[in-house]
Design a protein around this ligand. Structure first.
Ligand SMILES: *[C@@H]1O[C@H](CO)[C@@H](O)[C@H](O)[C@H]1NC(C)=O
Ligand SMILES: *[C@@H]1O[C@H](CO)[C@@H](O)[C@H](O)[C@H]1NC(C)=O
Ligand SMILES: [Zn+2]
Length: 292
């Protein structure tokens, strides 16, 4: 192709190299949420919730904003960013993202405190149902069923290795109150290093579980799925931001890839449905004493 000046070659090659690395990084890291519940437990929980919901007479619509206290706990290994020592500004930006994403739900997040704890073992090893998790939460957890505790950690090894986050469900509060809360990867906050999962939507998603929502792909194409009637059935998680995916072709609607409770990239997520909003408001009324 003839003559190319040295400088010009570099300019052509550099963007290509970055693109390659970008693709490799995406392929290595896929969203994995560690919030898990047995199918058999779901049936029992949903039957119980149905009864309690009737008793509580929760209504579909709402007029009042509900404020929820949020306690943020930074767990770090050392005072560098890679060591988990995230700046206050990222935490502030994260709360702003939450208040935007939850705008239509009528919930508002009130950041009451940040604690910072240097503990390499917790930073590396905390994961669902682990000993480090129990130690961490029994020391740091603040507030009652109506308050949200968020912990940022590194998920480097052990049962939590590779997770972006996980949460407890509202119905487990009465039996496991100390464990209540959300744990997220420190680099998933807005401005973090975890592209394409660095716009704060990991916490939006995990809080969805904390408010009683399942994944949109829960149950696949079978049965009641996520127990919300206006989220189309979905066979498996969506990644990236696919165009008109339809993984349950016999059911109405395309996959809800823009839903906060799917696995899409942060930029692709943008909504809770009316059905999800109605469900989460009933859930927190019944299990967290949060009502108008
Ligand atoms: C801080 O911790 C991170 C994460 O383990 C590690 O990669 C880094 O080398 C540590 N830095 C210092 C200065 O100790
Ligand atoms: C707020 O955080 C500080 C540490 O940053 C801690 O000493 C204090 O107990 C916390 N207060 C509440 C109300 O949780
Ligand atoms: Zn999840």
């Amino acid at each position: 192709m003839g003559y190319i000046a040295g400088g010009y070659q570099v300019m052509l090659l550099l963007p290509f190299t970055f693109l390659l690395f970008g693709l490799l990084a995406d392929a290595n890291k896929r969203r994995i949420c560690g919030t898990f519940i047995d199918e058999s437990k779901i049936e029992d929980m949903e039957r119980m919730f149905g009864d309690l919901r009737l008793e509580a007479k929760t209504s579909a619509g709402y007029t009042q904003t509900i404020y929820i206290d949020l306690h943020f706990h930074v767990i770090y290994e050392n005072t560098t960013l890679e060591g988990g020592h995230i700046p206050d500004q990222q935490i502030k930006d994260q709360i702003d993202v939450l208040n935007t994403d939850y705008g239509l739900t009528g919930l508002r997040w009130r950041h009451v405190n940040t604690t910072r704890t240097q503990n390499p073992e917790w930073f590396v090893q905390v994961g669902p149902d682990s000993e480090p998790e129990k130690n961490m939460k029994s020391i740091l957890k603040a507030g009652e069923a109506s308050a949200l505790n968020v912990y940022s950690v590194g998920f480097r090894s052990g049962v939590g290795e590779g997770l972006l986050g996980y949460s407890t469900f509202p119905w487990d509060y009465s039996s496991k109150s100390t464990l209540d809360g959300v744990v997220i990867l420190y680099s998933s906050l807005p401005g973090g290093t975890l592209a394409p999962y660095n716009k704060g939507r990991t916490l939006t998603h995990e809080i969805g579980h904390w408010l009683g929502l399942y994944h949109t792909f829960q149950g696949g194409c079978r049965g009641q799925g996520d127990f919300v009637s206006d989220t189309p059935a979905e066979l498996s998680p969506a990644y990236g931001c696919p165009n008109k995916r339809d993984s349950c072709p016999n059911d109405p609607g395309f996959d809800p890839i823009h839903n906060f409770m799917d696995y899409s990239d942060d930029v692709c997520m943008r909504e809770f449905t009316a059905g999800q909003i109605s469900r989460l408001r009933s859930q927190i009324s019944v299990y967290r004493g949060l009502r108008e």
